[in-house]
Design a protein around this ligand. Sequence first.
Ligand code: PGA
Length: 249
Amino acid sequence: MRPSLVAANWKMNGSGDFLRDYAERLELDQPLKIDVVLCPPSIYLAELVRALRETGVACGAQDVGIQPSGAHTGEIAAEMIADAGAEWVIVGHSERRIDQNEKDDLVATKAAAALRAGLKPIVCVGETLAEREAGHEIAVVERQLEAVVDRVDLDGLASGAIAYEPVWAIGTGKSATTAQAQEMHAFIRDKIAHVDAAIARKIRVVYGGSVKAENAEELFGQDDIDGSLVGGAGLDPIQFAEIVHAASR
Ligand code: PGA
């Protein structure tokens, strides 16, 4: 069986005080039965790694530069993220696809950069409301997924995860229904199975979009939902722990 993955994306939230308080208040049953990851803003990665030492909880970045080093002001290399002690990185989050105009090609290059440094990528895919209303959700997710699957080492990709995050469900309080999520997750796994059946069985496909303690258990009960990338609820260590426990059952 695939171990579940529950990751919190703090987005541009937090502070030194916030992370120290969070690490103190995060109570998880030990030993962890699943992969648990916190993704703070990169400037806090090293400190959060230190604060979580001995807990089994890993850290991840929310984005990554594509070059290993050099004249790229403001960028952070995958190697630097790994050097800070992080193990994971989110790539292609819809907020970056929209706000920073990140295209499929760049997302694939970022996933490859993560793998080059030994980081586990969480590759985000998902349609907007307009795309779903036009009936294009499968085509959009297929395009986003293909860009990455065609370009990166699949064994490496399988160490990470694909996160299905319908844009209309992010931060809106309106989660996809379990049926909508399961349908898309099954599509994603099937699409990967066409390239490599063993990788498709191994890779985690996690759901993101208004996941809370109240809806987590039902989502995680679906065959192809292997955990979650959590936004808002991941800012509260009590709620986040409940989501982790729901995925650990
Ligand atoms: P949300 O965000 O849980 O606040 O909807 C999810 C995400 O953006 O990863």
